[in-house]
Design a protein around this ligand. Structure first.
Ligand SMILES: Nc1nc2c(ncn2[C@@H]2O[C@H](COP(=O)(O)OP(=O)(O)O)[C@@H](O)[C@H]2O)c(=O)[nH]1
Ligand SMILES: [Mg+2]
Length: 311
């Protein structure tokens, strides 16, 4: 284990991949790995990229990798695959779109399942990001599935959330989608080579004005990932947001909220495992018969089990 960790810390891609697999499979060594990893984390910029399927997230991520590489940054990418077998084609597509960098020095790309304890963005995704952070990646890009809970959950683990919008996708609907607007730290209007991008950007600006004013005003950038325009501007915005997080009170508050959620998620996970264990043992002691005949009640039973856990 120590050798594996040391090789991973030196940046060996195979060892890094192995660590992520061990943690993803929730093997007995997973917790020990994370304990060793954690003190080395906190240096990487963790950037969540969200937006509807087809918005161009993977293409944009590919361009962003290039941008960060020109600054000699090591970039890790986690692409959250939809677990559904029906979207198998999309997974392959993502790999193809990002594979121009898959073999580059200083770039690590990993796909992960989207099922997990936090909904769309799983515990394993968070832990993989921490592993990449500890292994010396300066930037960790997480591409979400772009549907449902994963979009909102990304705020729990990303320092900066990028929302990718595009013209011609029923603009109001995509912008108004519950909670997404509020969690975006920077807006990318992708496919600016197509008609209607200006209008989307203007709509976003109007919406932003209607939200409660915050210290950080999310920038809105017109981007064409296809033509490679606007990407550097986004990178500069991302760097600026990172500085904001580390110099402002609002940034500190946000980081503390994330830490709270992190601890709570781990604690909840542990307690639910414990609950399962204790209940499994108690279940076969005839207690269900007693409950059915009302000799016992579930409230007293729960209290009894809790006192066991506490002990
Ligand atoms: N015209 C245009 N097409 C783009 C642009 N960026 C991505 N696309 C195309 O949009 C489609 C979906 O892109 P993809 O990156 O897979 O989107 P994702 O599902 O959000 O990851 C692909 O056919 C891309 O080639 C862009 O800036 N302009
Ligand atoms: Mg994609």
């Amino acid at each position: 284990m120590e050798k594996l960790l040391n090789n991973a810390f030196k940046g060996d891609p195979r060892s890094i991949g192995r660590l992520i697999s061990l943690v993803e499979a929730d093997t007995p060594s997973a917790k020990e790995i994370m304990k060793q990893i954690y003190p080395r984390t906190g240096k990487a910029k963790v950037i969540g990229i969200t937006g509807s399927p087809g918005a161009g997230k993977s293409t944009f991520v590919d361009r962003l990798i290039e941008q960060f590489k020109t600054d000699n940054m090591k970039v890790g990418v986690i692409a959250i695959d939809p677990s559904s077998p029906f979207t198998g084609g999309a997974i392959l597509g993502d790999r193809l779109r990002m594979q121009s960098h898959a073999l580059d020095e200083g770039v690590f790309i990993r796909s992960m399942g989207s099922r997990g304890h936090l909904g769309g963005v799983s515990r394993a995704t968070h832990e993989a990001a921490l592993i990449l952070d500890a292994c010396g990646f300066d930037v960790v890009l997480i591409e979400t599935v772009g549907v449902g809970q994963s979009e909102v959950d990304i705020i729990k683990i990303a320092d900066t959330v990028v929302l990718v919008l595009v013209p011609g996708m029923g603009d109001d609907v995509q912008i108004m989608k519950a909670g997404i607007m509020e969690i975006a730290d920077t807006f990318v209007v992708n496919k600016a080579d197509k008609e209607g991008a200006d209008k989307v950007a203007a709509d976003v600006q109007v919406m932003l004005k209607m939200l409660k004013e915050k210290e950080w005003v999310p920038p809105v950038t017109l981007v064409s990932s296809q033509n490679n325009t606007g990407i550097e501007e986004v990178k500069n915005n991302l760097n600026e947001h990172w500085n904001f997080l580390h110099t402002s009170t609002e940034g500190k508050k946000r980081r503390f909220i994330q830490l709270e959620m992190e601890v709570e998620a781990i604690l909840r996970g542990e307690i639910s495992i414990l609950t399962e264990k204790i209940w499994k043992k108690r279940k076969d002691t005839g207690i269900l018969e007693d409950l059915a005949s009302r000799k016992a009640d579930p409230y007293t039973l729960a209290a009894e089990l809790i006192s066991q856990i506490v002990k």
